[in-house]
Design a protein around this ligand. Structure first.
Ligand code: MTE
Length: 350
């Protein structure tokens, strides 16, 4: 965080010291220290905290291409320059698309981040991400599909109207927020490329460019950051690609220009700054699972009954709140997603 009252950790500690494999162990260590996190939350809540750099979302230009879809979609309207950039979703009572829980502020969402391509210092990401160039940007959707395509980010934004989704976000480190995303169902993009019958999983990849991501100059993780979902998880209406927050472009520190959001899974499944999406037959690698398989499972569904080997997952610290609150199975989305895991041993497939 580039505040005037704070010296960035990069100026105190040489990068080769703070970007090392031990930093991986720091991931989660914060969860064990309620005192330390309490200090952070007070700082994030103080008046006059650093403003978040973000631009308004462009208004939609064209009527989206119509494709057959099993998703509950918002009603189509004729696009015009005066049309607001974000549509309210169909508010099915049990859709999970929104919540009346208090939303985290943009200050909180944009000043406490995990984005190791910039730094392992949660409060340092915003400062380093300022000015990150997100144009030109392409997303290749490929693999076991009939119509592979490299999409320009602005084409994606024209094709799929952004909907507001207010989701709980639960980090594996046991802190949480409530974030009003602006995005569209990932399933709509996948339908455009027509997955083949043997496609069973979806693999995602972040941009690899150490000239723009200073953290990629160090081997703190195996770059590029990769993630994966089962195809049915990817097609679930709750799973979105987000391009905005609070009706504005998604701040760089939160994964501009496009990031994955899967609200019933731990936050690290939400891969940021995506450049490639591939349909594949076998379960793909995911960065944290490959790094420490016994701590970070491929599924990583939020589950208060499956402790992390180094801390309990029974409760969480909602940023901005005093005290802890109980963690909910599937992060409170069990009604919508529990059927995806019917018959699976959630202790084994954690
Ligand atoms: N994606 C990339 N490419 N690199 C990362 O380091 N961190 C993950 C996830 N996506 C990460 C990433 C983790 S650990 C979390 S908790 C969330 O992003 C944090 O998202 P936020 O900073 O927007 O809250």
């Amino acid at each position: 965080m580039a505040t005037s009252d704070r010296i960035p950790s990069s100026e105190i500690t040489p990068p080769e010291h703070y970007f090392n494999r031990r930093a991986v162990l720091r991931y989660g260590a914060a969860a064990a220290s309620v005192a330390a996190t309490g200090f952070v939350y007070r700082k994030l809540n103080r008046p006059g905290a650093e403003a978040i750099e973000t631009r308004p979302l462009p208004p939609p230009q064209h009527e989206p291409e119509s494709t057959p879809t099993p998703m509950p979609t918002p009603p189509k309207e004729t696009a015009s320059a005066s049309k607001p950039p974000v549509e309210k979703p169909a508010q099915h009572a049990s859709s999970g698309f929104t919540t009346d829980e208090r939303k985290s502020t943009l200050q909180q969402i944009g000043n406490y981040n995990n984005f190791y391509e910039f730094t392992t210092d949660k409060e340092g990401v915003a400062g380093l991400a300022a000015g990150f160039q997100t144009r030109p940007w392409t997303v290749s959707v490929e693999g076991l599909v009939h119509r592979p395509k490299v999409f320009d980010i602005d084409e994606i934004l024209r094709l799929f109207p952004l909907e507001e989704r207010v989701y709980r976000m639960r980090c594996v480190e046991a802190w949480s927020m409530v974030i009003p995303w602006n995005g569209f169902p990932l399933g709509k993009l996948l339908e455009q490329v027509q997955p083949m019958g043997n496609a069973k999983y979806v693999a995602f990849q972040t941009l690899l460019d150490p000239t723009r991501f200073p953290g990629q100059r160090f081997d703190v993780l195996n770059w590029p950051y990769v993630e994966g979902l089962r195809l049915d998880e990817a097609m679930h209406p709750l799973t979105i690609l987000a391009a905005g927050i609070y009706g504005r472009e998604i701040p760089s520190q939160n994964g501009a220009p496009l990031r994955l959001v899967v609200p019933w899974k731990y936050g690290f499944k939400g891969i940021k700054s995506i450049v490639k999406i591939a349909l594949v037959a076998e379960q793909p690698t995911s960065t944290w699972n490959a790094q420490i398989p016994h701590e970070y499972g491929f599924y990583s569904n939020v589950n208060p009954n499956v402790p992390h080997p180094r801390w309990s997952q029974a409760t969480e610290q909602r940023i901005g709140e005093f005290g802890r609150r109980p963690t909910l199975l599937f992060n409170g989305y069990a009604e919508q997603v529990a059927h995806l895991y019917k018959g699976m041993d959630l202790q084994k497939y954690f």
